[in-house]
Ligand binder design. Sequence first.
Ligand SMILES: Cc1cc2nc3c(=O)[nH]c(=O)nc-3n(C[C@H](O)[C@H](O)[C@H](O)COP(=O)(O)O)c2cc1C
Length: 183
Amino acid sequence: MIFDELAPSRANRLINHGPVVLISCRDGDRTNIMTAAWAMPASHTPPMLAVAIGPSRFTHDLIINSNEFVVNVPGADLLDAVWYCGTKHGHELDKFAECNLSAQNGKEVAAPLIGEAIGAIECRLSSHPTAGDHTIMVGEVVAAWAKAELFETRLLVEKSAAQTLHHLGGPHFCRPGAVLAKK
Ligand SMILES: Cc1cc2nc3c(=O)[nH]c(=O)nc-3n(C[C@H](O)[C@H](O)[C@H](O)COP(=O)(O)O)c2cc1C
């Protein structure tokens, strides 16, 4: 065999490193933020995305109760907040305050946007099928935002402030390398 065999449970680590996102949500007066590496675009028309969220997450209940969430894209400067929001249960914590993140009003959803992020995507929950031990939160994109200096027709990852974080597993992350353009 020309490959080494990986445990099926390790397969995600080959495709894990899309940008890490911070999922923000609100149910009534409770807000929360959770880190997620398992996020992907899912439809062009209508625009939709999907995030896999474990049912034990406080975020899971807030999304199911409110039917909405925001996918925020942090820069590498937010690594400490990414780690904190990914290792603390938000039930008895205010992660916005603990991480010094500012909650911004969105346009279409009540869930707050994270002001320090590179960009933010407001989503309305469309469906939530179960996949093994996670729930796939499928969201229809109802509004999307990006910092003007960091996004033109694409994310300007060659600028340091637009360097996203990509989770390799455990405590390991990487940042984007050079931009390659197919001629
Ligand atoms: C880098 C990183 C990526 C993570 N990705 C996911 C993910 O995609 N889905 C998930 O359910 N949990 C993920 N987690 C774990 C949750 O973020 C973690 O359980 C968090 O404490 C949940 O917060 P909550 O209980 O306040 O919602 C990740 C954690 C880290 C550190």
